[in-house]
Design a binder for this molecule. Structure first.
Ligand SMILES: NC(=O)c1ccc[n+]([C@@H]2O[C@H](COP(=O)([O-])OP(=O)(O)OC[C@H]3O[C@@H](n4cnc5c(N)ncnc54)[C@H](OP(=O)(O)O)[C@@H]3O)[C@@H](O)[C@H]2O)c1
Length: 293
């Protein structure tokens, strides 16, 4: 039995690079435990917990931001050359901080296409898309950084404010069917909670440098959309076959349908003992419904 010895105290200060959907959720979660959490943004805003960081124009945080930092989480995607924006701008700075832990949000895209088979952390990365090759390059940069790094590979992220429900409401959805095609996904609360669980139990658990965070139930997109329409009490439009639909899809949208894999969470949930809050899209979307007007 894991003892959730609280290694996170008010003395901990987190810098979260990329205060987007997951970064902001993580910051709010960690603040509830009494920690300080500052998030980066590329634009000036009124949030006192926000600081400016933009690797593209070399806007670097001032020194005071780094004072007493104990933990770093990067939620920023690779730049167009496949270089990690945080390491490119701040590697030497980070190396000189007494950091207890550094986390990096990566993607399960690095596993490539398995024709629907399961992938785990033991599988060799086999990126097919250029963006996944860039991502794998960033993972390598973090792994070789000599920082106390832990990498989290994520499938499609959803949560309140960014889910199939919003896509249905704003009509930005096509009901596409492709035989045997599945997707894995993860609720944003489970990303934050799983990472916090791992940090809190760091001294009791075997350390794994790479961990998938995915829910229990990879499934077709249509299954999720059907449930979304059911929750909203709306009638689902007619299904379009992928071969027919693809001519109207953007290249990026098409690229998501090229790969087919099921992401295993056995390491996180069976071996390391994390209990998902939202083990499948049904409980996850029920939670997202509270955000829908
Ligand atoms: N969305 C998904 O389904 C999904 C799935 C798997 C993995 N991921 C990856 O997981 C991570 C978090 O995903 P998310 O969806 O929560 O991210 P998100 O909402 O898109 O936020 C990305 C953040 O990165 C910042 N950023 C981007 N380029 C930057 C640069 N050059 N310099 C400084 N900051 C920069 C953005 O700054 P601003 O706030 O100023 O815009 C934003 O805060 C990302 O790396 C993403 O690629 C996402």
């Amino acid at each position: 039995m894991i003892n959730a010895a609280n290694s996170l105290t008010v003395k901990n200060k987190f810098l979260i690079f990329g205060g987007g959907f997951s970064g902001d959720y993580f910051a709010k979660s960690i603040r509830k435990l009494g920690c300080i959490a500052l998030t980066s943004s590329r634009s000036i805003n009124n949030d006192p917990n926000s600081f400016i960081f933009n690797s593209e124009n070399n806007s670097i945080p001032e020194d005071s931001i780094f004072k007493s930092v104990t933990h770093i989480l990067s939620c920023i995607p690779p730049d167009k050359n496949g270089t990690d924006p945080v390491l490119k701008s701040l590697k030497n700075k980070l190396k000189n901080l007494p950091l207890k832990w550094v986390g990096y949000l990566s993607t399960t895209g690095i596993y490539g296409d398995t024709h629907g088979d399961w992938v785990s952390e033991e599988d060799q990365p086999n990126p097919f898309q250029e963006r996944s090759q860039r991502r794998l390059n960033c993972e390598k940069e973090w792994s070789n950084s000599n920082l106390p790094i832990q990498i989290f590979r994520l499938p499609g992220i959803y949560g309140p404010g960014r889910s199939t429900l919003e896509a249905i409401k704003t009509k930005k959805i096509k009901v596409i069917h492709k035989e045997n095609q599945v997707f894995s996904r993860i609720h944003v609360a489970d990303i934050a909670n799983a990472i916090i669980y791992l940090i809190q139990n760091k001294d009791n658990l075997d350390f794994h440098p790479i961990i998938n965070i995915a829910d229990d139930e990879p499934c077709s997109q249509i299954e999720v959309i059907r449930y979304g329409y059911h929750l909203l009490g709306l009638k689902m439009p007619k299904t379009i076959l992928f071969e027919e639909a693809k001519k109207d899809l953007s290249p990026i949208a098409q690229s998501f349908w090229i790969e087919n894999r099921r992401v295993s969470n056995k390491l996180l949930c069976d071996k390391l003992g994390y209990k998902l809050i939202y083990k499948n899209y049904r409980v996850g979307l029920n939670n997202c419904l509270i955000n829908i007007k």
